[in-house]
Design a protein around this ligand. Structure first.
Ligand SMILES: Nc1ncnc2c1ncn2[C@@H]1O[C@H](COP(=O)(O)OP(=O)(O)OP(=O)(O)O)[C@@H](O)[C@H]1O
Ligand SMILES: [Mg+2]
Length: 492
């Protein structure tokens, strides 16, 4: 049953009404109102308490004491503002404002389950309402993948846990995820019931575009002669490989092509190619084949970037995003079964490093491209960051859905708010006080912005907090035991 907590009074608009309370609710609590022939969902946006007799024009404390004795708090009232979210079925805002006298009732779990719970096959549960632990909150996966997602919060607030929950459930649905694992957190997990496909971050230079190669070799567009020489050598190398030369000899052939002639610029380019080989030796290896060929459908494909530095990670992430977008375009535009067969959710951890505000990285270009074009080709983007203000606005503003856990710094909050019109001041003010795993969830993937306690991922994950003290104790105990044994041996 929905309990009456107040009545609408005074003037109201279709989206906002003031009520006088008989049983004060909490801020953020959901309520229902019945008018215009429907049941309408609302949220408590503000609460004000006051007293008729103890009004602000009293300036004598003794008068206050006398009134207090007489009234014993009986004339204290609580007023509130309720924001109209829409009718319970379709969440459409009625044209008429709530009329005065309408009952404001507490929304019961049954009603809330109709709003936040499962709706069809594209629903995916992420947690429960913070205010009602018996009301599951589901997101629409179609809208999440096609309109992208950002998971933002201070360190340790629960971003990786959220990624694990979402990835696990998508894989169990039969979906495909591609996860750039910057700290080797997921690669040894049991996400998706063990459907993890570790992908070694090694690229075949044959699959790099000439533009990518020139960037890595450090041949800038303004070095016209170097560019011309390099392009020609690259073309000849690829021709030779097409005619049957071993792709594993790509770099040797390229260097042979470059040294033909021996002009001054060729020597400079050769030096650069050698520098490139040395710098990227961890992630570039001729003959390994196309990295996209190593991804599996229906799996969480984890590219383990834990062992490579930021520059190499940038190369790998940008290349994979570019190739994936190309392969999905091929599948959709050319048809005939060519290209990558599944829509994919790509997850980029440490997004502020790969797509920073301050500089143009290779990845920031491809992250923005996927953010803009991914919707048409079924490539979703999930950006994860603990420093939102360092994350490129260009990328962030293309992201429609957000899961924002605890976020303390006002500059981070402002940056996020600038990128998302759905983040109201009221929701923003909740962010600093959220506990671990609690989040504001907004965007097209949810029917209304909501405060959610994200489920805890129950499986194995590496990045969880380390129990520091018990590890120290364990080592101390081992040390003590060793000493005891030594003493015993000495005595013997
Ligand atoms: N929804 C949740 N319920 C319960 N515990 C949680 C939840 N989310 C996170 N935790 C716990 O909080 C700790 C930190 O979580 P997590 O690793 O997801 O944070 P993070 O935001 O990814 O941190 P970092 O910025 O360091 O990557 C973990 O030990 C995890 O078990
Ligand atoms: Mg994390």
């Amino acid at each position: 049953m929905n309990r009456v907590i107040g009545y609408i009074i005074g003037e109201a608009t279709p989206t906002k009404g003031v009520f006088i309370s008989v049983d004060p609710p909490r801020l953020g609590e959901y309520v229902v109102l019945e008018y215009d022939g429907r049941t309408v969902l609302g949220m408590i946006q503000a609460l004000i308490s006051g007293s008729v007799s103890l009004s602000e024009d009293i300036h004598d404390p003794q008068v206050v004491e006398r009134i207090r004795r007489l009234e014993r708090g009986r004339d204290v009232y609580v007023k509130g503002v309720v924001e109209v979210l829409g009718d319970v079925e379709e969440l459409r805002i009625p044209r008429a404002p709530p009329p005065p006298g309408v009952e404001v009732k507490k929304a019961d779990s049954e009603t809330l389950r109709r709003v936040f719970g499962e709706r069809g096959e594209s629903s995916l549960r992420i947690g429960t309402l913070m205010s009602h632990d018996d009301v599951p909150v589901c997101i629409d996966v179609n809208r999440m993948v096609s309109r992208h997602l950002a998971i933002l919060a201070v360190t340790g607030a629960g971003k990786s846990n959220t990624v694990a929950v979402i990835t696990d459930r998508i894989v169990r649905m039969g979906g495909t995820v591609m996860l750039f694992d910057m700290h080797s957190e997921y690669v040894n997990s049991d996400i998706g019931g063990g459907k993890i496909n570790p992908v070694t971050p090694i690229l075949d230079p044959c699959t790099l575009s000439v533009g990518e190669l020139m960037h890595l070799v450090n041949i800038r567009p303004e070095y016209h002669i170097q560019e011309k020489v390099f392009r020609e050598a690259y073309r000849n190398t690829m021709d030779k490989i097409k005619r049957g030369e071993d792709p594993a000899r790509f770099l040797e052939i390229l260097k042979e092509e470059l040294s033909n002639g021996g002009k001054k610029d060729r020597v400079a380019i050769l030096n650069k190619v050698e520098g490139f080989e040395e710098k990227y030796s961890r992630v570039i290896k001729p003959g390994v084949g196309d990295i996209i060929g190593k991804f599996k459908l229906g799996y969480a494909n984890v590219v383990d970037l834990g062992q490579v530095d930021e520059e190499c990670a940038d190369v790998v992430v940008s290349h994979v995003l570019r190739r994936l977008l190309e392969e999905r375009k091929k599948f959709i535009v050319e048809g005939g079964g060519r290209g990558f067969r599944h829509p994919v959710l790509t997850v980029v951890e440490e997004a502020h490093i790969l797509a920073p505000t301050s500089e143009d990285t290779l990845s920031s270009y491809w992250i923005s491209r996927v953010a803009r074009e991914g919707r048409k080709f079924g490539v979703g983007l999930c950006l994860v960051s603990q420093r939102p203000k360092a994350l490129s606005v260009n990328a962030l503003s293309q992201v429609n859905n957000m899961i924002i856990l605890k976020l303390v710094e006002p500059s981070d909050q402002r940056h996020v708010q600038a990128a998302s019109e759905a983040l109201s001041d009221e929701l923003l003010s909740q962010l600093p006080s959220l506990n671990t795993g609690e989040a504001v969830v907004l965007g097209m993937m949810v029917r209304v912005p909501s405060l959610v306690k994200i489920d805890r991922y129950r499986g194995k994950l590496v990045g969880s907090d380390i129990d520091v003290v018990s590890e120290w104790r364990r080592d101390k105990k081992i040390e003590e035991e060793r000493k005891e044994i030594e003493e015993l041996l000495d005595m013997g």
